[in-house]
Structure formats: structure tokens, C-alpha cells
Design a protein around this ligand. Structure first.
Ligand SMILES: Nc1ncnc2c1ncn2[C@@H]1O[C@H](COP(=O)(O)OP(=O)(O)OP(=O)(O)O)[C@@H](O)[C@H]1O
Length: 255
């Protein structure tokens, strides 16, 4: 589904990603952990096509196509979804209208007719129930005045509606209270299928108790320096990241 090879990216001439290699197959959940400033959000941004990042080397194949060649809109229509660390507010655009437009844009891209109002409302209701999403938030302007946790829950609700092939969640757990964390995690687990995949960026092992990943990777200074299973997250929680420095030095120098 996603094949990242030797990905290098820079911001304003500063190298941030320094050779990322990562393969994600359908049905898999990958967690990415790593110290502050190691490049986790940058990786999500580069995959989503944020303009401030310049890709200086490497390739990204998404479902057999060159992801880096696509505009951010086309990436989304092809089935990539990014749940932001800081979800945006769009005053004046109701949540429902935003979702309807987004759902129909994806359908149009795949040559399907727009959804009829009734079918859309039925889908909205069933996903609302599935994700335990507060119906009152639906008619409000997109994210405007939402609390931090509400924005994140809204983000996950959007994900449920758009049914992406690959969802990237960047620190979705930060700022969620315990109940919201459980609800969001349960929602993600309900959306998991053999046909889609998730990349979950998190600082905390706690989230990975709810959404159990198939693989855990450590991003350090712009590279994935260690990969393992969910036990690696436990080890990181216990030991921190310093113990990895020795391993990295022994393997190859990090510029
Ligand atoms: N616009 C920018 N200009 C200069 N440096 C930047 C810019 N954006 C990001 N960086 C730098 O890139 C590095 C990686 O940042 P990034 O946000 O990807 O890290 P992160 O691993 O997600 O960190 P955190 O865990 O703190 O969220 C940091 O050193 C950051 O300061």
C-alpha cells in the first residue's frame, strides 16, 4: 500500500528527514514513536504534501502510484487521510456541509455520482453511532469553538466518513481525556479492516494498549533507527530513548 524508500526532506534548507524507509501493507497498523523534534510530524506532513517541505531524495509509492507527484487534494482523493496534531477551524462552513463536499469530491474522482441527501444522512447517522460522536457538533462550523478533545474526535469522525485507505494520525491522543481516548481508540479499531492501514504517531504507550499496532518504529534524527512489535513501545516507556543512542552510534553515524 505504502512504500517509502530513502526519503529525504528539508525545511528552509535544513535537512529534517534523512533517509526514511517504511513499508505499510493493507490491514497493518504501524506506530511511530521518537523524541521531540525527531521528524515524526514532518514525515506526516511530507506524506500529506505540505508545501513548506522540500523532498530532496527518495520515493513514495502509494497504491502503485507516485505519491510525491500528486497534489495534496489528489492524495486525499486517492485515499490518504491525515488527522492533524492541531486540527484546523473553518468558520462559516458547517461540519455537515464540509463532510458532504469531501465525500462527494472523492466519489467524483472515482467516477461515482454524488450521494443523494437521504443516503448521506443515513451514512452520517450510522457513523455517528459507530464512533459515538455527539450529534450536536455536526451542525456547528467546522471545529470553531470546539474544545481540543472535541476537535480530535471530530477529526476521527471525518476519517470514519471518508473511509480512507491509509490514515495517518499525528498525536491524536494528546489532549484527549481518558474517556475520549477510549472512544477514539474504539472508533479506530472499528474502522480497522484487511483493506486499510494506519500510521499512528504517538508519544505514549498508553494509546497502543487500546489500538494494538502490528509494528512499532522509532524515528530518531530523521531516520527510523529501530523497528519492532508492540513490546518495543513498552521498552521505550520503561527506558526512554537514550539507550538507543549507543545502538545508533555503533550502526552508522547520524549526520
Ligand atoms: N518550518 C520549519 N523551519 C525550521 N525547522 C523546522 C520547521 N518545521 C520543523 N522544523 C524542525 O524539524 C524538526 C522535526 O520537527 P517535527 O515537528 O517533525 O518533530 P516531531 O518528531 O514531530 O516532534 P514532536 O514530538 O515534538 O511533535 C524539528 O527540529 C523542528 O524544529
Amino acid at each position: 500500500m505504502l512504500d517509502i524508500k530513502n526519503l529525504h526532506a528539508a525545511v528552509e534548507g535544513n535537512a529534517i528527514l534523512k533517509g526514511i524507509n517504511l513499508t505499510v501493507k493493507p490491514g497493518e497498523v504501524h506506530a511511530i514513536m521518537g523524541p521531540n523534534g525527531s521528524g515524526k510530524s514532518s514525515l506526516a506532513s511530507v506524506l500529506a504534501g505540505r508545501e513548506s517541505y522540500e523532498v530532496t531524495d527518495g520515493s513514495v509509492d502509494f497504491l502503485g502510484k507516485d505519491l510525491l507527484d500528486m497534489s495534496p487534494e489528489v492524495r486525499a482523493r486517492e485515499g490518504l487521510f491525515l488527522a492533524f496534531q492541531y486540527p484546523v477551524e473553518i468558520p462559516g462552513v458547517s461540519n455537515i456541509n464540509f463532510l458532504k463536499t469531501a465525500v462527494n469530491e472523492i466519489r467524483a474522482y472515482h467516477g461515482e455520482p454524488p450521494m443523494q441527501a437521504k443516503a448521506f444522512l443515513d451514512m452520517l447517522k450510522s457513523k455517528q453511532k459507530l464512533m459515538e460522536f455527539d450529534a450536536n457538533l455536526m451542525n456547528r462550523s467546522l471545529n470553531e469553538g470546539f474544545s481540543g478533545g472535541e476537535k480530535k474526535r471530530n477529526d476521527i469522525f471525518q476519517m470514519a466518513m471518508l473511509e480512507p485507505k491509509l490514515a495517518i494520525m499525528d498525536e491524536t491522543d494528546s489532549g484527549l481525556d481518558i474517556d475520549a481516548l477510549r472512544i477514539v481508540s474504539a472508533g479506530v479499531n472499528k474502522l480497522r479492516s484487511k483493506d486499510n492501514a494506519f500510521i499512528i504517531i504517538t508519544h505514549y504507550q498508553r494509546l497502543l494498549e487500546y489500538i494494538v499496532p502490528d509494528f512499532v518504529h522509532v524515528l530518531y534524527n530523521g531516520r527510523i533507527v529501530k523497528s519492532g512489535t508492540k513490546e518495543l513501545a513498552l521498552e521505550l516507556e520503561e527506558k526512554g530513548y537514550d539507550w538507543l543512542k549507543e545502538d545508533i552510534r555503533l550502526e552508522e553515524p547520524v549526520q
